[in-house]
Design a protein around this ligand. Sequence first.
Ligand code: LMR
Length: 337
Amino acid sequence: MKISALLFGLLAGTLSALPLGALAQQPIVIKFSHVVAHDTPKGLAAEFFAKKAGEMTKGKVKVEVYANSTLYKDKEEMEALQLGAVQMLAPSLAKFGPLGVKEFELFDLPYVFDNYTELHRVTQGPVGQSLLKKLEPKGVTGLAFWDNGFKSFSANTPIKTPADLKGKKLRIQSSKVLEEQIRALSALPQVMAFSEVYQALQTGVVDGTENPVSNLYTQKMHEVQKYLTMTEHGYLGYAVIVNKKFWEGLPADVRGQLEAAMKESTAYANKIAKEQNEKDLEGVKKSGKTQVYVPSAEEKLAFKKALAPVHAKMESRIGKDLLQAVYKETGFDPNKL
Ligand code: LMR
């Protein structure tokens, strides 16, 4: 007998042995899988949502949070969501290309957002809503955008100019825009799952990477990277997504309560993201293992100029109209630096 058939038999036997009342009281379980540490903006927001969802549905829903790739790694988690093996994720916006929704890679464009205020005009406005809608044909419902922060480059050699990254192998997330960004620096992009980055840095499989400080610090990457330069050249944030069939199959009142819990969680996530990154930057500095360098305005401009051509190169991938809509919200113009 196949193991799946055996398990099915066992399960059916157990269920039929339960009194009907007990069955009716079983909570609806939402497995929420993610790849970062618990004490990150996403990790904390996921736990906040779990708590709120329990409270607001009066125990009808139980959210189980699996942090640090304990359930699934980057690529697997998307597949698991579509198959319904897990119900909720919050992948980085750089990871939607493999799902076939490449427009999300607009968030990877270098220097397109100067700060969270400009970013929120996109994520919390009509452009953000139109992006979430693009997920529906993939069997995925987009619920919210959660912040992390702005990425900076790290390596084992000092980084003051774009030329300092020339020829370096740099780990990136699975985004064509990020690939193009690394090539614009004459460096070598290496796509890799988040769970593998620490070891790749430690063993020299890659020379460096880019991260918001909260990801660098909570994965202890600062222990295997000697230099961190606050280039803040791009944004990393998340879309909270659910399996569409599961979501639409929920009782309407429960779904409404979960939407309310998500609204509160989004406000919480986007409030703590900046604080967590600032706190973790202090942690990196205190560790004494990584030298943190803040580039001058002139040095930052050199990075902006080196990375500006990525915008034109990726215009057809993102879509001209969408890109113009984003520029309109943020005021960014790659031709005027
Ligand atoms: C990464 O792979 O670097 C990030 O997407 C991880 C995360 O979820 O923040």
